[in-house]
Ligand binder design. Structure first.
Ligand code: NAD
Length: 253
């Protein structure tokens, strides 16, 4: 099937963190499904590379270099996207950061606050900016990328895990608030996935993590992106305020 005949033909998708890892894999799939994709990312070089790859393959894609944790930047982004595209059908809130492993009592307030600002507050700002246009259209799909760490906590990761837990709470609340409007909101919770974010740790550590995964291996970004693709599409019609794991069977840390 060509992109023009795809499930998302004529739709506009915004993917935060869409220039790397899970976000880039998602951008590729949504482009294949025929959506016009706006990649929203902090990294200008990675954004340029993503656009060059996908536009080179004939897809309709552009990038906006934006920090999703800044209220002013997100407001300007939303104004620009709505002016230019006139609609947003899909919002994937995937941008996220993690910090070096440290106990809660070693975590400085600025690190704790930064984890919350990007992983939670950024998701809130993006939802707040784009939900009204989806409500007007009576259609929308929102996917928030949280983490299995947000479901059960993770040692050495209280700031990240608590922000991701809050992102799950936000998703469940927003999904319920929007129920029956045509706008659907779900969370996807990856386990350990082979991306630049996860690969900052040592091969030894990755091996130890993989040993705790029932499937015996870490995941690939494309395996998470497939779930996001489904939750971003009209095929996801009776699932909202839900949390979908992509973790090889591992539900706890
Ligand atoms: P990644 O580092 O490969 O990609 C994240 C992207 O987000 C980068 O391109 C980065 O520039 C962008 N970004 C970071 N802060 C931003 C900001 N303030 N504004 C705009 N863009 C910003 O990471 P990934 O592993 O693909 O992670 C994607 C999501 O999946 C994150 O939310 C992460 O927490 C979550 N996750 C990842 C794993 C894993 O093992 N990789 C596990 C669980 C959850």
């Amino acid at each position: 099937m060509s992109a023009a005949e795809g499930l998302l033909a004529g739709q506009v998708a915004v993917v935060t963190g869409g220039a790397s890892g899970i976000g880039l894999a998602t951008t590729r799939l949504l482009c294949q499904d025929g959506a016009k994709v706006v990649v929203v990312d902090l990294d200008p070089e990675a954004s340029q590379a993503a656009v060059a790859e996908l536009a080179g393959a004939g897809h309709d894609v552009r990038a906006e270099v934006v920090d999703i944790s800044s209220e002013e930047s997100v407001a300007a982004l939303a104004r620009g996207v709505l002016e230019e595209e006139g609609r947003v059908d899909v919002l994937v809130n995937n941008a996220g950061i993690n910090a070096a492993a440290m106990t809660l009592w070693d975590t400085p307030p600025e690190v704790f606050e930064k984890m919350w600002r990007v992983n939670l507050f950024g998701t809130y700002l993006m939802c707040r900016a784009f939900v009204p246009t989806m409500l007007e259209a009576g259609y929308g799909r929102i996917v928030n990328v949280a983490s299995v760490a947000g479901k059960e906590g993770n040692t050495g990761s209280s700031a990240y895990s608590s922000a991701k837990a809050a992102a799950i709470g936000l998703t469940k609340s927003l999904g319920k608030e929007l129920a029956g409007t045509g706008v659907i909101c779900n969370a996807v919770t990856p386990g350990v996935i082979r991306t630049p974010l996860a690969m900052r740790t040592t091969p030894d550590h990755i091996q130890r993590l993989a040993a705790k995964i029932p499937m015996g291996r870490i995941g690939e970004p494309e395996e998470v992106a497939e779930i996001i693709r489904w939750a971003s599409s009209p095929r996801c019609s009776f699932t909202t305020a839900s949390v979908l794991d992509a973790s090889g069977g591992r539900t706890t840390y």
